[in-house]
Write a protein that binds this ligand. Structure first.
Ligand code: AMP
Length: 214
């Protein structure tokens, strides 16, 4: 299966993509994770992306398209993948289509996760992330076993710069203006499934499995 998980920041698509990836043994490819890692390592890509990310803006299309182009060439993508957070603009969607078509491939399904905006803000502002292994927790909904410590690696959890209130609002605006138009685009291709993102991760995951026919 070649899947796209789409939806506004905070909707939980990364959590769902992670589960789907583990269950179906296909890689989850998150441009956000790749960019964050580059920022941490201070690579040229990271230095270029940091200011966009910190202010809640999108990193330029040619940069993220380049990342995906290289990543999809890896052998683990041969039997499918989940794109989490890509494409986010119409040009990114067009580039993805061209990349896949060059290999006579296409996207099987796009899952669009939905949630009211006030709930998105609540989810994002309580989010705490591990700067080491990128695990994600929530002070209210999925607290770590030990306060402010990552369950997976023990690192001290942080609030991502882009989860701060001002940036959270900016990211929602960017989503509405730049990414939301893709819903129509994939709907017109009859490959879009709308997923209600409310409820606990288990409940949402059942909807995911239902919509991918697994
Ligand atoms: P995410 O974790 O997916 O919300 O991504 C965090 C940040 O990385 C976003 O706010 C953007 O600045 C950047 N980013 C991630 N994916 C993309 C993309 N497909 N296009 C442009 N910027 C992206």
């Amino acid at each position: 299966m070649r899947l796209i998980f789409m939806g506004p920041p905070g909707v939980g698509k990364g959590t769902q993509a992670k589960r789907y990836s583990a269950r179906h043994h296909i890689p989850k490819i998150s441009t956000g994770d790749i960019l964050r890692e580059a920022v941490l390592k201070k690579t040229p890509l990271g230095l270029q992306a940091k200011s966009f990310m910190d202010s809640g803006k999108l990193v330029p299309d040619d940069v993220v398209i380049g990342i995906i182009r290289e990543r999809l060439k890896e052998p683990d993508c041969k039997d499918g993948f989940i794109l989490d957070g890509f494409p986010r603009t119409v040009p990114q969607a067009a580039a993805l289509k061209a990349m896949l078509e060059a290999n006579r491939l296409g996207i099987d399904r796009v899952l669009n996760f939905e949630l009211p905006e006030d709930e998105l803000i609540r989810r994002l502002s309580g989010r705490r992330s591990c700067p080491n292994c990128q695990s994600v927790f929530h002070v209210e909904f999925s607290p770590p076993r030990e306060r402010d410590r990552c369950d997976a690696c023990g690192e001290k959890l942080v609030q991502r710069q882009d989860d701060l209130p001002e940036t959270v609002r900016k990211r929602q605006e960017v989503y509405q203006s730049q990414t939301r138009p893709l819903v129509r685009l994939y709907e017109a291709q009859n490959i879009l499934s709308r997923i209600d993102g409310s409820g606990d991760p288990e409940t949402v995951y059942r909807r995911v499995e239902g919509s991918t026919g697994s």
